[in-house]
Design a protein around this ligand. Structure first.
Ligand code: GDP
Ligand code: IMO
Ligand code: MG
Length: 425
């Protein structure tokens, strides 16, 4: 039994939900440690499709315990809706979901500020999910945030909410000419949410450390992806948390010595939603083809995802900053029909070649990706269940990626269903 961190090694939507669902079988606890309901993790089981935003994908396995750690920002209304959705599908949540009392709470003013800030930015917008993630994390860091535990102390909650509304309403009026929010309405709504969530709330740090003491295993479910990490991503076109493996410790209260392995999930190509540089982005024809074949539309916002070739420079950066030991490659089947497949192995900037990711947004915007071409397999892989039975050219593509990244591919996904998964022996 070991403690694993599973992270997205590109710009999110790599198929983490499916991978967590597969790995959850062999673990006791599944814990989210950052992000909020900006995430959309899809799990397909037969004819049923589940999209989870806050609750770990492990909830779909009976008897597994799921944790929403202190590093997550929680919109309580969204959480209650997700619990209701699962219960309506006969999935037991009570007694299996544990929510950190230290997690920060998203309020309507966070969502409104997110939305209006993006609107004012116009062309320079980030393309956020408008779920209030950035403004909520900003309050956390500026020490004015309201935590889950605060909702249960009437005096503290009222004081904090009043202070926040006084500030937020002034900002909303002055900068965005928005009238602001009423104290009573928010107070009453949130007191109601707190009552509904009370039985789920606990000290999850203690829970997880006690579990480790009892030799139970934990699977940490990353949200977003490495290139959306606030420190290591394409800043400012990032989310507001540490989606990289280090976030698993700070976002759950587990020491780094407790983490046994980091697994990176990559798509066999690259996608991103929202604005920001994307060196290997396709031109219109390939974009349309792969978006349609891969169903590349956001699981949270429904926005079309931007698609491009596999970028090894970008994933090498992820391997380094996460300490990735093993890789899972998803959506291999989406490339099934292609005659030729490209892998970006370096960037050319002002005539010079770089094989590493750059922190300069300008360099990423202006660089010319240098590609290596490999032949496509032009065979349907969606029914393949062993590595041996993959077409030789598909194996070559995977081996080439593995070699460039200097990591091991341990799992390959060739379809959204649980069964469409190949374990590499
Ligand atoms: P996450 O945010 O990383 O969990 O990924 P999303 O759920 O947002 O997006 C991944 C999408 O790809 C979902 O619709 C999955 O059902 C789907 N998917 C996952 N693995 C595969 C695969 O191997 N092949 C195909 N065709 N679809 C997949
Ligand atoms: P999962 O967990 C893909 C992107 C947004 C935007 C940027 C900032 O499903 O992989 P935010 O609302 O977080 O302030 O938006 O981050 N983004 C995601 N892109 N997958 C996600 O989550 C994302 N969560 C946020 O599109 O570009
Ligand atoms: Mg997603």
């Amino acid at each position: 039994m070991s403690n694993l961190v599973v992270i997205g090694a590109q710009w999110g939507d790599e198929g983490k939900g499916k991978v967590i669902d597969i790995l959850a079988k062999n673990t006791n606890f599944i814990a989210r440690y950052q992000g909020g309901n900006n995430a959309g993790h899809t799990v397909v089981i037969g004819s049923e499709k589940f999209v989870l935003h806050l609750i770990p994908s492990g909830i779909l396995h009976k008897k597994k315990a799921c944790v929403i750690g202190n590093g997550v920002v929680i919109d309580p209304k969204a959480l209650i809706e997700e619990i209701d959705m699962l219960e309506s599908k006969n999935i037991e949540v009570k007694g299996r979901l544990f929510v950190s009392e230290n997690a920060h709470v998203i309020f309507p003013y966070h969502r409104k500020m997110d939305e209006l800030k993006e609107l004012i930015k116009g062309k320079t917008k980030i393309g956020t999910t408008k779920k209030g993630i950035g403004p909520c994390y900003a309050d956390k860091v500026s020490r004015s945030g309201i935590r889950i535990v605060d909702l249960f102390d009437e005096k503290i909650f009222k004081n904090k909410l009043r202070a926040n509304l006084e500030e937020k309403n002034k900002i909303l009026k002055t900068l965005y000419d928005f009238e602001g929010f009423s104290f009573d309405r928010i107070y009453n709504d949130y007191a109601g949410y707190a009552a509904k969530l009370e039985n789920f709330v606990c000290d999850t740090t203690e829970l997880l450390n006690a579990a480790i003491k009892k030799k139970k295993s934990i699977l940490f479910e990353g949200a977003q992806g490495t290139l959306l990490d606030v420190d290591y991503g394409t800043y400012p076109f990032v989310t507001s948390s540490n989606s990289t493996a280090g976030g698993a410790c700070t976002g759950s209260g587990i020491g780094p010595t407790r983490i046994d392995k980091v697994i990176g999930v990559v798509k066999a190509y690259t996608t991103r939603v929202g604005e920001g540089p994307f060196p290997t982005e396709f031109g219109p024809d390939m974009m349309e083809k792969i978006r349609t074949k891969g169903g590349e539309f956001g699981a949270t916002t429904g926005r079309p995802r931007r698609c491009g070739w596999f970028d090894a420079c970008l994933v090498k950066h992820s391997v380094a900053v996460n300490g990735i030991a093993e890789i899972v490659v998803t959506k291999l089947d989406v490339l099934d029909e292609l005659e030729t497949i490209k892998i970006c192995t370096s960037y050319r900037v002002k005539g010079k070649l770089y094989d590493r990711f750059s922190s300069s947004i300008r360099a990423l915007d202006e660089c010319e990706p240098v590609y290596e071409s490999v032949p496509g397999w032009q065979t349907d892989t969606t029914g393949v269940t062993t590595f041996r039975r993959l077409p030789a050219k598909a194996k070559n593509y995977l081996k080439r990626i593995q070699k460039i990244l200097n990591t091991k591919i341990v799992l390959i996904s060739v379809g959204s269903d649980r069964k469409q998964t190949i374990t590499v022996e």
